[in-house]
Design a protein around this ligand. Structure first.
Ligand code: HEM
Length: 433
């Protein structure tokens, strides 16, 4: 059974000539633009950034499986960002904080493989399993905090705090500080999103430096007294091939990009998108709550496929590559648009529809693929599982609060972040778990 994803799009490009991925109105609902690109320009050179944008499922799979040609080492930035800005920001970090080193996703093998082994060990299945009861209890607790009100902003009261408290606890930050951390991650996401002026980018860098000074004493404390958190393992475990542990610059880079943004912002956006999709597809909500055991797993994959929190990332060509008659020169930035590939009709039947019985739902690229595939996918899936389970368990019926929702997203070239989602609901009478 399938249900239509009723997304209203402010701009529907009539041709590739009207596609501009930096246009905030197109970012609001990029799917018609992705369709135009997939059909008429599968290798599309973005005018402003100079990036080569890829949108077809099979092309992305091939690129992600070929890291020798499509490297993660960053030789250059987008065309529209002046190198002077990058130099100024680097100077700021050197003088006031720690210049971030390349993160895990900014490295190639063998360097990447060696560092990834440390992360794989840290995020091992047994560790994630130990966290599971906490993820469950926190999900129910957060809903309990507003259930009596009959309404909430799902983004602010659930989707943001849930993954942030979980990863914060593992990174040595107490729950009381989560809104401080959220302000830092928001600033970082804005800088990543390529939409800032010079002044705004400098503000973001200053926010990151503030965050570095918050976490530096936590690293030092964990060096003196290791504990059972994920951060303690990252701080204290040696990478055998390097003959050393991660240094401060490496740790600080990981804290922002991979743990707080990678590890909470993304899950927040999937939690938000999931409830938005259910509000827009009441028949689907009815089916899901009729039998969560049967439909929830596929629902989670469909959320990640239809409303991917990471719309796209980048790779860099190590040689000239010709694809669909377009030659991408060596040293170019290739923007792999996961969210466009995830609606490719050549791979997914009726791709714009939310389908709780879709057989190949889990083959989406929302977590990437290949050697850089998302390290946190098992944790994210457990968070989504418990977040939606608690919702279905505690809420009988709900709707978007009339007059309160604009359903706008934060302008961003790479990520998709719903700003707010006001819902009103009828609670269920029975108690949790
Ligand atoms: C719904 C939630 C999430 C989504 C949609 C998501 C998505 C992604 C994507 C698309 C990539 C890039 C793959 C590539 O380059 O091809 C990635 C990488 C990564 N993610 Fe996630 N992620 C999520 C949750 C998490 C969590 C919870 C963590 C950790 C706590 C995490 C940590 C990472 C790390 C460290 C990488 C880099 C892996 C590497 O380069 O080897 N992510 N993620």
């Amino acid at each position: 059974m399938t249900f239509i994803n009723r997304m209203e799009c402010p701009i529907v490009p009539r041709s590739v000539a009207e596609v501009d991925l930096m246009d905030v109105e197109i970012q609001e609902c990029p799917y018609p633009a992705y369709k135009a690109l997939r059909e008429d320009a599968p290798v599309y050179r973005d005018k402003l950034t100079g990036f080569y944008v890829l949108t077809r499922y099979d092309d992305l799979r091939a690129v992600l499986k070929d890291p020798a040609t499509f490297s993660n080492l960053r030789p250059r930035g987008p065309d529209h960002i002046p190198p002077e800005r990058m130099q100024l920001i680097a100077k700021l970090f050197r003088e006031k904080g720690w210049l971030p080193s390349p993160t895990l996703s900014g490295r190639d093998d063998p360097d990447h493989k060696q560092m990834r082994a440390l992360f794989d060990h840290t995020f091992r299945a047994s560790k994630i399993k130990l966290m599971d009861p906490y993820v469950r209890d926190l999900s129910y607790q957060l809903i309990e905090d507003f259930i009596g009100d009959g309404r909430c902003d799902w983004v602010r009261q659930f989707a943001v705090p849930m993954p942030l408290i979980i990863i914060g606890k593992q990174m040595g930050a107490p729950e009381k500080d989560i809104w401080r951390i959220k302000a830092w991650t928001d600033a970082w996401v804005k800088r990543l999103g390529l939409m800032q002026t010079d002044e705004e980018a400098i503000w973001s860098a200053e926010m990151e430096i503030e965050q570095q000074h918050y976490f530096q004493p936590i690293f030092e404390q964990l060096r003196r007294e290791p504990n059972d958190t994920l951060l303690s393992e990252l701080v204290n475990r040696e990478i055998p091939e390097w003959g050393r542990k991660l240094n401060d610059n490496e740790l600080h880079a990981e804290m922002t990009a991979d743990t707080f943004v990678g590890g909470s912002e993304t899950t927040t956006n999937a939690l938000s998108a999931g409830i938005m999709l259910l509000a827009q597809n009441p028949d689907c909500f009815a089916l899901l709550k009729s039998d969560p055991e049967q439909y929830l797993r596929t629902f989670i994959e469909e959320v990640l496929r239809l409303e991917g929190p990471v719309q796209g990332l980048q790779r860099f060509t190590t040689r000239d590559v010709t694809l669909h008659d377009v030659t991408i020169p060596q040293g170019s930035v290739v923007n792999v648009r996961y969210a466009a590939a995830n609606r490719d009709p050549a791979h997914f039947e009726d791709p714009d529809q939310l389908n709780l019985t879709r057989k190949n739902a889990a083959s989406h690229l929302g977590f990437g693929s290949g050697i850089h595939a998302c390290l946190g996918a098992p944790l994210a899936r457990r968070e989504l599982w418990w977040g939606f389970t608690a919702f279905l368990d505690r809420i009988e019926d709900f709707r978007l609060t009339p007059g309160h929702n604009q359903l706008r997203h934060v302008p961003n070239f790479y990520l998709r972040c719903l700003k707010e989602l006001h819902i009103e609901f009828t609670p269920k009478k029975r108690s949790s778990s």
